[in-house]
Design a protein around this ligand. Structure first.
Ligand code: ATP
Ligand code: MG
Length: 484
């Protein structure tokens, strides 16, 4: 395996015309590492599987549709068990840490890493790091066994606890070194994967035989390259309950309006899929698609039209949508950050509800009843559903196979329906967003019949400037905006 720097491992395959975005391997910086036959060979459960081991050269294309005039694109290394492993079972001292916000399925991933290490590779020493990255140097560890983790997938949250901030690379790697840990499994979102990349770099700088594997966690599905992140299906499913409640409320009142705020700081996937799944939503607002309130083609006009047609309306808004409108109106916006440096968003659902109420109050001829539902924390806290549980299990198994095979500095993820190893830099370089010029968003627009809001932006800008600049006041009726 050739490498110029840690991540410049792109091997151009001239014969087949694709580029392999490879992940680092311990042998890139540690010479003459001994190998061992994969213990799965002697496991009777696997002996019946034809071609159970993944060939070292197997790769998965990022794009399945290849045009005649475009190159065959980027491939990623296929995940799965290898014939040879670089750790003997009794030398492995693994640890698992969870960081960032909650997401359905974290406990399933923890459980499956522990179970896979034990049942597939005979690894008995697995530590849980308490309370995120800072737990490496400021808290105690817990011993994780198949027995103690047996039922945790039925619970939401993370049994290990989580936190933001506190990423002190040197202290974390010192702790890894001092404890004799040689496999680090890191479950978390974009910030966590950046933290994992830095830990990997420092481990490599110290020439330690330590494999670092990331399992990407983002309920928003905003991690690039991968098909879908775990917890997303569960979130979409649970969001249906909130949308259904909003619909029932709206239907039961004269000119009833239900507003539901869903997760999606930068990417509106949950709002988009929940809308497509529900069929009760009349308007879906996401961060990628700017909207405006007043004037022709604006949200107020559309709301009036829907109320006249149906007598009720349901609006779904992602938490990151319309933040620029809100910022323009609220001079007193706090502009705060959390401990990890993420910007805290204003509660756009509450703001939108107030603005709609204000509009119809001014109109006088159409009294409305508006109910605002913010189910975000309830959605994050539930255990994962069946499909996410399967997804979590396979991600955990892939991570374990990868670390045992000596790969490091990688994230596991589904690419084109196949499990792969993806270098950290590919995961961290950008955010996956809904493309509003793609077919999926067009499908949503035709499903809800909402306006695209593309067009008279200049008119809206002028209108926004006329809006009185008042801070938002919480009347106690509504839930607080998501602040973590
Ligand atoms: P989510 O967005 O789903 O809540 P996240 O992983 O992005 O999850 P953050 O709070 O942003 O959550 O980050 C989690 C951890 O990663 C924190 O401990 C934070 O200090 C660390 N971290 C974030 N960004 C970086 C970075 N660029 N370098 C090193 N560590 C980072
Ligand atoms: Mg994040």
């Amino acid at each position: 395996m050739e490498s110029q720097s840690n991540y410049q491992m792109k091997a151009v395959n001239g014969d087949f015309g694709y580029v392999l975005e490879d992940v680092p391997h311990l042998t890139d910086y540690i010479a003459d590492l001994p190998t061992y036959p994969n213990p799965l060979r002697s496991n009777s459960a696997y002996s019946v599987v034809k071609q159970y081991f993944v060939h070292v050269d197997d790769s998965v294309p990022q794009k399945i549709v290849v045009h005649r005039d475009t190159p065959r694109g980027v491939h990623f290394r296929r995940a799965g068990p290898r014939q040879k492993v670089y750790f003997s079972s009794d030398e492995v001292q693994a640890c698992i840490v969870t960081c960032g916000g909650l997401c359905p399925g974290i406990n399933t991933v923890i459980r499956e890493i522990v179970h896979s290490l034990d049942y597939m590779y005979g690894v008995k020493d697995v530590l849980g790091i308490d309370g995120g990255f800072r737990g490496f140097y400021s808290k105690n560890t817990v011993t994780l066994t198949p027995k103690t983790t047996n039922d945790i997938h039925k619970r939401g949250g993370t049994i290990l606890g989580t936190s933001r901030g506190g990423h002190d690379t040197m202290k974390i790697v010192d702790s890894i070194q001092d404890r004799g840990i040689n496999q680090v499994y890191i479950i978390g979102g974009d910030g966590t994967q950046k933290g994992a990349a830095v830990i990997y770099e420092e481990i490599r700088r110290r020439n330690l035989k330590v494999a670092v594997a990331g399992i990407p966690k983002t309920i928003d599905n905003d991690i690039p390259v991968i098909d879908k992140s775990f917890g997303f299906d569960t979130a979409v499913e649970e969001a249906q309950r909130a949308i259904n409640a909003a619909h029932v409320e709206a239907q039961s009142a004269e000119n009833g309006i239900g507003v539901v705020k869903l997760m999606g700081r930068y990417s509106g996937y949950i709002a988009m899929y929940a809308t497509l799944a529900s069929r009760d939503v009349d308007c879906c607002l996401i961060p990628e698609s700017p909207f405006y309130l007043k004037g022709k083609g604006g949200l107020f006009e559309y709301t009036e039209k829907k109320l006249k047609e149906n007598g009720h309306m349901v609006i779904v808004i992602a938490e990151g949508a319309g933040q620029e409108l809100l910022a323009a109106e609220c001079q007193n916006a706090k502009n705060e950050q959390d401990a990890s440096g993420n910007k805290l968003l204003e509660d756009v659902g509450f703001w939108l509800s107030e603005r709609i109420k204000g509009h119809f109050a001014k109109l006088q001829k159409m009294p409305i009843t508006l109910k605002y539902i913010d189910p975000t924390y309830m959605i994050r806290a539930i255990p994962s559903n069946a499909s996410d549980n399967v997804n979590c299990t396979l991600l955990a198994q892939s991570a374990v196979h990868g670390a045992m095979a000596g790969y490091t500095g990688f994230t596991v993820g589904l690419v084109n329906g196949r499990h792969t190893y993806i270098p950290f830099n590919r995961i961290n370089e950008r955010r996956n967003k809904v493309v509003i010029t793609d077919r999926m968003w067009a499908r949503l627009l035709s499903s809800t019949s909402q306006p695209s809001f593309l067009g008279p932006k200049d008119a809206e800008k002028a209108e926004t400037e006329q809006v009185p600049l008042t801070p938002m006041v919480d009347d106690g009726e509504n839930h607080e905006g998501e602040k973590t």
